[in-house]
Structures are given as structure tokens and as C-alpha cells.
Design a protein. Structure first.
Length: 376
């Protein structure tokens, strides 16, 4: 397929940068060519973009998409003044345990389709609403085909003591779940897992060949970011409450800071200051954190608008963080950019530039989503 007449083409490629009046060729599910003077007869199908912008498909590197039920009443109570706590997770755990595999899969498919319609072409999901060995294992199995993270250490379920549950997570549960995941995550927070438990669980995961990512410093300042850097985690997620030492540690590491403004929106918490991170040279990703408790959205354009308005990112930085940043957080070099050889995952916007994603908040600007070179 040859697409011409692209008003602004964001490649995220260090050499190509952002092109104007550009063209791109997709072949065999990959980008075959990109530039400003299209080769003759490059493809069977020709699409005139009519001056619209083309960006890489969004790479949503943080989601909790395997669950049943919803928590609209908890959200409404919060908006009436009740605080957000990790305890709400247990409501979804009960609903998830009671659901069949088919129900979990149907809900997951619905969310992945919803995400695709808003331009997300790569999706990560965690387990973490099962919290028994069989429920965690099936949560990962139903998500086959997505990026998968084992989050048995989401909270301690009501039937366990913290120590016996930590032993289960890093023992038999990890043994059963590791074959179905690439990543291991721990919610390191008061009311969830402390520093010692977090280290022990992540170390056991590394031993099994999983790569760590950490829910860090979400509700208050804590040790999560330092542990993430120490264990060379792919990403420290949330990063809402950071000290200067946390920022230094991130800046001197390969750990990506994944910011999740949907969670601050839905918990009415203060937003992290992305400017501080970017100015220090930290790699930043933006993700939706879709889950029924703290951020029930799959919509990265909404997160981009929040990041620009509330987290002091420029529109260009926010779009980059939701594409290339997400790819870095998942250690993927085939997505998040549009140079020759990359996956042909891209979004044609109903706007001349990606700035409009923040400039026109809430407006449906997704014109066409390409996944593996095909229109989806
Ligand atoms: O990323 N922080 C931990 N986990 C989720 C929230 C889960 C829930 O409230 O159900 C998050 O925000
Ligand atoms: Fe999360």
C-alpha cells in the first residue's frame, strides 16, 4: 500500500525525524519505504491522505485488562470525596474469580478492540485480579498474543497473610505463570507489598527468566523506583511521588518512567511532573493503565491531552511517549516508530498535525488505524 499526501509524518526515527508532505509504503506487514518522493508504482493500493497526519500506532505498555465487573460506584464515591486505596482491587478480584474463562476473554477482546479504535496497536496486560494459582494462570492464558505481565503481587488476597502469600507468589504461582508471561510486576506500596517482599518476588521472577517492571511511588513516596532501577527493571510505572534521588537514579539507568495520567484523573490525585523527568534525561512512556478501579480508559489521545495540560509535556513529547516511549518500556524495536523495517502499525489522524490530539481534546481524531499494514 502506498499512502501519499501525508501532511505531517511522525517517524520517531532519529535520522528521518518528522516529515511534511510525505509518503509511506507498507508491504508484507512492514514499512517498506518512507520519504517525501514516493517511488513509482510502489504498491497495489494507493491512498491519498489529503494532508492528514500519520503517526506510529500507540504502544500501550501498561494495562490490567483481564477482569470482570466494574466499579462505577467506587468512582462516583471518590468524586464525592472518598479517597482511593489499593483495597478496591479486592472487589474486582471477587468478580474475576467468579467469571468463566470465556467471560474474561470476551471482556479482554472488547477492551483490545476499543483500544484499537483509538489508535493503540500494541497492548500490554497484566494478571493480578485472580490472586490464586489457577486464576492467575488463566488470566495470563486468556491474554495469549498480547504482551503479558505476571502481577500475582497486586495485593494480598483476603484469605492470606502477607508472608504466606508472598511465598506462594514467588513459588508455585510463579512456576505456573512464568511460561505465559514475559514480565513480572509488583505493586510496591503501603497496603500492597513492601520493599523486602517486592525485591524477593522480582528476584524470583528474574531467576525464572522474566524481566521486572514495578508499580512504583503511586500513592505516596516509597522505595519502588529505587528497587526498579536496582533490578534493571524495564519500567517504573506511575512515578507520581518522586524525590530528586529517584529522578537521578532513573536518569542514570535504562529504566523507563511510565506515566499514567488516567490514574491521576480518576483518583483525583496530583499529576506527576513529566517536565522534571524529561529535563533530567529520563526516558518517559505514557500509558493508559486501563483497569476498572483507578483508570477505566483505553484512550491514549485522552492521556496525551492530560499529559500536555497537566504534566507539562509538549504535544510532541506526549505523542512520542505514547508511541516510542511505550516501545522502549516493552523493549520492542519493531513498534513505536515508522522507519523502513518497522511494523506497519500507524494511525492516520483527522487533523493536519499530531498537536491536534491535545489541542482538540475529546474530539475523535482517529481516521484510520493500520495494524500490520492492513486497515483495521
Ligand atoms: O495501576 N496500582 C495498582 N493497580 C492499578 C489499580 C487497580 C485497581 O484499583 O483495580 C493501577 O492503578
Ligand atoms: Fe497499573
Amino acid at each position: 500500500m502506498l499512502i501519499t499526501g501525508i501532511g505531517t509524518l511522525v517517524t520517531n526515527d532519529p535520522e528521518l525525524g518528522t516529515l511534511h508532505d510525505a509518503a509511506i509504503v507498507f508491504a508484507g506487514g512492514r514499512v517498506a519505504w518512507v520519504g517525501t518522493k514516493p517511488p513509482e508504482a510502489a504498491g497495489d493500493t494507493h491512498l491519498d491522505a489529503g494532508g492528514r497526519a500519520l503517526i506510529p500506532g500507540f504502544v500501550d505498555s501498561h494495562g490490567h485488562l483481564v477482569f470482570a465487573g466494574e466499579r462505577a460506584e467506587e468512582f462516583a464515591a471518590r468524586m464525592a470525596g472518598r479517597p482511593y486505596t489499593a483495597g478496591g482491587i479486592r472487589t474486582t478480584v471477587a468478580a474475576t474469580r467468579a467469571a468463566s474463562d470465556a467471560q474474561l476473554k470476551a471482556n479482554l477482546d472488547r477492551l483490545v478492540a476499543e483500544a484499537l479504535r483509538s489508535g493503540t496497536t500494541t497492548v500490554e496486560t497484566k494478571s493480578g485480579y485472580g490472586l490464586t494459582l489457577p486464576d492467575e494462570e488463566r488470566s495470563l492464558k486468556v491474554a495469549a498474543g498480547l504482551e503479558r505481565t505476571f502481577l500475582g503481587a497486586h495485593v494480598v488476597p483476603p484469605e492470606h497473610e502477607p508472608d504466606t502469600y508472598t511465598d506462594l507468589v514467588k513459588g508455585a504461582m510463579l512456576d505456573a505463570c512464568a511460561p505465559h508471561a514475559t514480565w513480572i510486576d509488583v505493586f510496591c506500596e503501603d497496603g500492597a507489598f513492601d520493599a523486602d517482599q517486592t525485591r524477593a518476588i522480582l528476584a524470583a521472577g528474574i531467576e525464572k527468566g522474566l524481566t521486572p517492571r514495578v508499580h512504583a511511588n503511586q500513592l505516596r513516596h516509597g522505595p519502588g523506583v529505587q528497587i526498579a532501577v536496582e533490578l534493571r527493571a524495564a519500567s517504573a510505572d506511575h512515578c507520581t511521588h518522586l524525590s530528586d534521588a529517584d529522578i537521578d537514579a532513573l536518569a542514570n539507568s535504562d529504566t523507563v518512567a511510565t506515566l499514567l495520567p488516567g490514574a491521576e484523573f480518576s483518583t483525583r490525585a496530583p499529576y506527576p511532573d513529566a517536565r522534571r523527568l524529561l529535563d533530567a534525561g529520563v526516558k518517559v512512556a505514557l500509558a493508559a493503565d486501563c483497569n476498572p478501579g483507578s483508570s477505566y480508559t483505553t484512550n491514549l489521545p485522552f492521556c496525551i491531552a492530560l499529559a500536555v495540560r497537566e504534566m507539562h509535556m509538549t504535544p510532541e513529547e506526549a505523542v512520542r511517549a505514547a508511541t516510542l516511549g511505550g516501545a522502549q518500556a516493552l523493549r520492542r524495536d519493531d513498534v513505536g516508530h515508522l522507519a523502513a523495517g518497522a511494523r506497519a502499525d500507524a494511525v492516520l489522524l483527522d487533523a493536519p498535525s499530531p498537536v491536534h490530539l491535545a489541542y482538540r481534546p475529546g474530539v475523535p481524531l482517529i481516521h484510520t488505524v493500520f495494524k500490520d499494514g492492513g486497515v483495521s
